[in-house]
Ligand binder design. Structure first.
Ligand code: CP
Ligand code: NVA
Length: 312
């Protein structure tokens, strides 16, 4: 497609980082997501005639299926391109990827090792580019997480989320997402596995009326409305590292840790989970776990995003 990027309803043209979008855009996406979930029928043609390519260097269940099924439900066409055998940019430049793809498709959704690859695609493509997870950030996940919290907690302003675990891509996106919606965030990580200071600084710039705090003490999850964790080794990390495992031992989300949070506090995880490692079965299968709602909402939030970026 050589026509100009069709942005409708959002100030942003790409969704590469929550650090680059406005709080108003985040609100608009979440409002549309709630609406699509309520009235799927009313949005069945939002992407009619549109094609979206999914370029994935890494494995996926939720992101891939939620995009493929979601795009189909909006009347569009999704094309999955398994890029696990080779990094994007190796066979030909990222620029040439972008400048070929934008002649055929209406949007590019990419999951990559390097965040720079997604930045490069967005710089050179004439169509919207969506970050479906990079080493630095997982913004689509944070949209679903915020939607899920709104469903269970109502207005999020002034609520407190405790993220306990690795200061990784999911943590970064959550910090930025919480800042946009006025959610207090406690980022609780072992020493050496902290979130990126630049991302936390950006979250604090965005935040109005909420605090983005850091700690190394799991007890600081005390009083939280929701407790969130992710795997201790992300895709591309050295999972077998003994140092890594022992660093995280005290950060497992179990009944003892949940008892410190508010009574009935939500348990959240982006999935996939390593059961018995970062979270016990008792917690992930417990009454306050909302992990499958988060998974479902990946589809509604991604559909909202695409319908706003591409909709007529
Ligand atoms: N949460 C998430 O992104 O899951 P997948 O890696 O299965 O897509
Ligand atoms: N932090 C994890 C998230 C997976 C959805 C990873 O990057 O592997």
């Amino acid at each position: 497609m050589t026509t100009e990027t069709a942005t409708r309803g959002l100030a942003m043209e790409n969704f590469v980082s929550l650090g680059e979008c406005s709080s108003q855009d985040v609100r608009t996406i979440l409002d549309r997501a709630h609406e699509i979930k309520r009235d799927a029928e009313g949005h069945r043609d939002d992407l009619a005639g549109r094609s979206v390519i999914l370029l994935f260097e890494k494995p996926s269940l939720r992101t891939r299926v939620a995009f493929e099924v979601g795009i189909q439900r909006l009347g569009g066409h999704a094309l999955f391109y398994d890029h696990s055998a080779q990094r994007i940019g190796e066979r030909e430049s990222v620029k040439d990827y972008a400048k070929n793809l934008d002649r055929w498709v209406d949007a590019i959704v990419a999951r990559t090792f390097s965040h720079g690859t997604i930045v490069g695609l967005a710089r050179h493509a004439a169509v919207p580019v969506v970050n479906a997870l990079s080493k630095d950030e997982h913004p689509c996940q944070a949209l679903a997480d915020l939607m899920t919290m709104e469903e269970h907690l109502g207005s999020l302003s002034g609520r407190t989320l405790a993220y306990v675990g690795d200061g990784n891509n999911v943590c970064h996106a959550l910090a930025l997402g919480c800042a946009h919606l006025g959610v207090n965030l406690r980022v609780i990580t072992p020493g050496g596995y902290e979130a990126d200071d630049a991302v936390l600084d950006r979250a604090r710039e965005i935040a109005s009326g909420c605090d983005i705090e850091t700690s190394t003490d799991p007890a600081d999850a005390g009083g939280a409305d929701a407790v969130y964790t992710d795997v201790w080794s992300s895709m591309g990390d050295d999972e077998s590292s003994e140092d890594r495992r022992s660093a995280f031992e005290a950060y497992q989300i179990n009944a003892g840790l949940m008892a410190r949070a508010k009574p009935g506090a939500l348990f959240m995880h982006c999935l996939p989970a390593k059961r018995g490692v970062e979270v016990t079965d008792e917690v992930i299968d417990g009454a306050s776990s909302v992990v499958y709602d988060q998974a479902e909402n990946r589809m509604h939030t991604q559909n909202a995003l695409l319908s706003l970026l591409l909709g007529r």
